[in-house]
Design a binder for this molecule. Structure first.
Ligand SMILES: Cc1cc2nc3c(=O)[nH]c(=O)nc-3n(C[C@H](O)[C@H](O)[C@H](O)COP(=O)(O)OP(=O)(O)OC[C@H]3O[C@@H](n4cnc5c(N)ncnc54)[C@H](O)[C@@H]3O)c2cc1C
Length: 397
C-alpha cells in the first residue's frame, strides 16, 4: 500500500521536533511533522525561564516517577541513558547544581537548531490539529485534510499549560486506538496554602528546607526538598516548592513545614549565640532575627509564639513554620503532567503493544521527572529511541 509519508509525527514540541531531526539526519524516510501551533517548539522555547534547562548531570533511570508499576518504570526509564545533550548539535554547559543549558542560555536557540536541521527534509504542517487517528494509519486534520503514514509517533505532550498546545487531545487519539490513561495530576507547580500566616510576605525569597506532611499520616514526611522559596499572595512557589509539588498529587490535605534556619545548618551555634545575646537586651522580641532572616519573615516567626515566648520556642518555630496546603495552581500553571498513557502498553522501543507501528513519546506517557532538566531529557531520549526503532524497523526481526 502506498502511504503519503513513511512517518507522521503528531506534535512538534520538544519530543516530536527532536524526533524529526533524527529522521532529517538519516534522510531515508519521508516525514511529516504536524502541530496545532503555528510554530514548532512553542513550549520548548519558554523552558527554564527562557534559558532551556535541557538535561541534568545527575540524570538516571531512578530520577523518574510513574503512577504505574515500578517494573515498567525501570524498564522504560532505562532508555534515558541513550541520550546526552551533545546530541543537540550545540555545546551545553552545566551550572553548579548540575543543570545543563545550551551555552547561549536561550531555549529558543534549541528550537532554531531543530528548525534548521529539518528544513527541506521534513514536511511541516503547522496550525493543523490532528482530530482523528485510525489504524492504517490515517490522520484527519481539523482543516478536513487527510494524511496516511506507515508509522506514527504520538508526541502530543500531557495536560500542562494547554495554552501552549498540549491540551490532552493526544491522549484521546491514543484512547481511540485502545490505550488507557492514568489519572492526571499537575506537577512542578505552585502550591496554594493558608494565607493568614504569610500575609505581607509576597515577593520575599529565601533559601529554606521544606517537608511535606500528609495530615492523615504524619509519621514520616511525604517528601523533603531544599532551595529557593518565594512567597506569593496565594501561597508559595520556587524550586523547592516545585520539587515537593508532585508528592501532593492525589492528597486531600497536607502541611508544608518550612525550616528557615536550614542555610545555617553548618554553624547553627553562631545563630543561637546571637539570638541569646539579643534576647537579653531587645525590647521588641519581633526584631530578634534581624540580619538572619528577612525582617518580615523573622517577625512572622516570632509573632507565632508571642504568647509563649522563649529563645528556644522561636528557634523551634523558625525550624518548623507550618502552612496548610490547600491545593495548587493546577494544569494552567504546571510545568508537567503526572500520569499519562500506561507504561505497560508500550514496548522497550516505545512502540504501542496495542497498535503496531505506533510509537508514543515524551510527556504523553506516564513518566515524569523532578525540576532541573529531567523532563526535557526524557522528551529527547524517548524521541531518539522511537525514531531509531522506526529507522531500523524490521531489520532485526
Ligand atoms: C513554562 C515551562 C517551563 C519548563 N521548563 C523546563 C525545563 O527547564 N527543563 C525541563 O526539563 N522541562 C521543562 N518543562 C517541561 C517540558 O517543557 C516538557 O516536559 C516537554 O516540553 C514535554 O515535551 P513533549 O514533546 O512531550 O510535549 P510538548 O513540548 O508539550 O509538545 C507537545 C506538542 O504537541 C502538540 N499537539 C498536542 N495535541 C495535538 C494534536 N491533536 N494535533 C497536533 N498537535 C498537537 C502541541 O501543540 C505541542 O506543541 C517546562 C514546562 C513549562 C510549561
Amino acid at each position: 500500500m502506498a502511504f503519503d509519508y513513511d512517518v507522521a509525527i503528531i506534535g512538534a514540541g520538544a519530543s516530536g521536533s527532536y524526533a524529526a531531526t533524527v529522521f532529517a539526519k538519516c534522510n531515508n524516510k519521508t516525514v511529516v511533522l504536524i502541530d496545532s501551533n503555528d510554530r514548532i517548539g512553542k513550549k520548548l522555547s519558554l523552558t527554564g525561564n527562557g534559558q532551556g534547562n535541557v538535561s541534568n548531570e545527575k540524570v538516571s533511570a531512578s530520577s523518574y516517577f510513574s503512577l504505574d508499576s515500578k517494573e515498567d518504570l525501570d524498564r522504560v526509564a532505562s532508555l534515558v541513558n541513550e541520550f546526552n545533550p551533545s546530541l543537540l548539535s550545540t555545546v551545553c554547559l552545566a551550572d553548579e547544581r548540575g543543570r545543563i543549558y545550551p551555552g547561549s542560555k536561550q531555549a529558543s536557540s534549541i528550537t532554531d537548531i531543530f528548525r534548521k536541521t529539518i528544513e527541506g527534509k521534513v514536511t511541516l504542517k503547522l496550525g493543523s490539529k490532528v482530530v482523528r487517528l485510525s489504524p492504517g494509519y490515517n490522520l484527519q486534520l481539523d482543516s478536513g485534510e487527510k494524511i496516511s503514514a506507515e508509522f506514527v509517533i504520538l508526541a502530543c505532550g500531557g495536560a500542562a499549560q494547554p495554552r501552549l498546545g498540549s491540551d490532552g487531545s493526544g491522549h484521546d487519539l491514543a484512547k481511540a486506538l485502545g490505550h488507557s490513561v492514568t489519572k492526571l495530576y499537575p506537577s512542578l507547580v505552585q502550591l496554594t496554602t493558608e494565607t493568614d500566616k504569610i500575609r505581607g510576605l509576597k515577593g520575599k525569597r529565601l533559601e529554606a528546607e521544606l517537608s511535606l506532611i500528609d495530615d492523615n499520616d504524619s509519621k514520616e514526611p511525604l517528601a523533603r526538598s531544599s532551595g529557593e522559596i518565594i512567597f506569593q499572595d496565594y501561597g508559595i512557589t520556587g524550586d523547592a516548592v516545585f520539587d515537593l509539588s508532585p508528592h501532593f498529587a492525589g492528597k486531600k490535605s497536607a502541611t508544608i513545614s518550612i525550616n528557615f534556619l536550614y542555610p545555617f545548618r553548618f554553624d547553627f551555634g553562631a545563630v543561637k549565640k546571637v539570638l541569646e545575646e539579643r534576647d537579653l537586651s531587645l525590647e521588641d522580641k519581633r526584631e530578634i532575627f534581624t540580619g538572619i532572616l528577612p525582617n518580615q519573615v523573622g517577625r512572622k516567626v516570632v509573632e507565632e509564639c508571642l504568647n509563649d515566648y522563649s529563645v528556644d520556642k522561636v528557634i523551634q518555630k523558625a525550624r518548623s513554620f507550618d502552612l496548610k496546603v490547600t491545593g495548587s495552581l493546577g494544569f494552567d500553571r504546571a510545568q508537567v503532567t503526572r500520569g499519562g498513557i500506561r507504561l505497560n502498553e508500550v514496548s522497550d522501543n516505545l512502540e504501542s503493544r496495542l497498535s503496531k507501528k505506533l510509537f508514543i513519546t515524551g510527556e504523553m506517557l506516564d513518566i515524569d521527572g523532578p525540576c532541573g532538566g529531567y523532563n526535557l531529557h526524557w522528551a529527547f531520549s524517548s524521541a531518539l529511541r522511537a525514531a531509531k526503532a522506526i529507522i531500523n524497523y524490521g531489520k532485526n526481526r
